[in-house]
Ligand binder design. Structure first.
Ligand SMILES: C[S@@+](CC[C@H](N)C(=O)[O-])C[C@H]1O[C@@H](n2cnc3c(N)ncnc32)[C@H](O)[C@@H]1O
Length: 283
């Protein structure tokens, strides 16, 4: 992925240089400059297309889409009133998981659900230097907002239903954002921001938006505590401890290191395995 970004930057420099060169040459000859500009635009498009498709997906697309459909069906089974609220995603990067959820919702005849993605669009935050250990570093997974939009469009995502919020979570995950986006209910929540602090910020932001039931996906559950550091498990643990009226029941996940929970307000129903904060923590 990072290779792809570097390649794109180098190509952009090349194209910019080409453009500048074209501008000098064609300064007095308008028509040839226009022709050159057309060539430059074509070259840029070709470079962009190549870069977009060199991007290695960060979630397994088929398995994650199937998992999204399963989650949607759990919500349909248990829902009352407005069944499916918004999909909120924390950690969009290029947009693979968001595109998967978009297609899963469409396949379940829920094409009107909003998809709202939060990301710096500059990669992991400075805190990753402390929290990421040897696995993650600041700037990793960076994808510019425009590039992500282009990728989503090419994946067949209806961008009118997508709202991408750019910025560090400490600045964007606020009550004001909830009001500005008219967020009332989040039913599907993807926490794919890797590190503990970002995951914690995401969960606490979502709490007032969780109604009777929601599904929360964690993409990076299995990494940090395996090596004695804190990560998504601990963030979820703190979240459940802070809001004892919420309980979580595990659902099948799409990867060994991922976890998916059905979160209910007011306790698990009879026969379900309720996850308390103590159970969420073990390695
Ligand atoms: C692994 S990538 C997400 C992958 C994405 N879900 C996909 O399917 O391609 C993690 C993302 O989290 C974002 N992120 C992590 N911590 C953040 C923070 N504190 N503020 C904003 N963005 C953050 C990074 O910018 C990065 O794009």
């Amino acid at each position: 992925m990072i290779e792809g970004v570097l390649f794109f930057d180098e190509a952009s420099i090349l194209v910019d240089g080409f453009e500048a060169w074209g501008a000098v040459l064609g300064g007095s000859v308008r028509r040839s400059r226009e022709a050159l500009n057309v060539q430059v635009r074509r070259l840029k498009r070709a470079v962009k297309a190549r870069v977009l498709w060199r991007w290695a997906p960060l979630v397994p697309e088929d398995d994650f889409t199937a998992c999204c459909r399963q989650a949607i069906n759990e919500l349909k089974l248990r829902g009352s009133g407005r069944i499916i609220g918004d999909y909120l995603e924390f950690g969009v990067s290029r947009g693979t998981s968001l595109a998967c959820m978009h297609h899963a919702l469409a396949a379940e005849q829920l094409g009107d659900v909003r998809l709202i993605g939060f990301d710096s669009f500059e990669g992991l935050p400075p805190e990753a230097a402390e929290e990421g250990g040897s696995m993650w570093e600041p700037g990793a997974y960076g994808s510019a907002l425009g590039t992500t939009r282009t990728y989503l469009k090419r994946k067949g995502v209806d961008l009118r239903r997508v709202n991408l919020v750019k910025g560090w979570f400490k600045d964007t995950l606020t009550a004001q954002t909830r009001r500005a986006l008219k967020l009332e209910q989040a039913s599907l929540i993807m926490v794919d921001c890797d590190i503990y602090s970002a995951s914690r910020d995401a969960l606490f932001f979502c709490e007032p938006l969780i109604g009777d039931v929601a599904v929360i996906f964690f993409d990076d559950w299995g990494w940090r505590s395996d090596i004695g550091e804190i990560g998504q498990k601990e963030a979820f643990d703190e979240f459940l401890a802070a809001f004892p009226e919420l309980s979580a029941t595990p659902l099948p996940a799409y990867l060994p290191q991922a976890r998916v929970f059905l979160v209910t307000r007011g306790g698990a129903k009879h026969g379900e395995k309720r996850v308390t904060s103590a159970m969420a923590t073990p390695g």
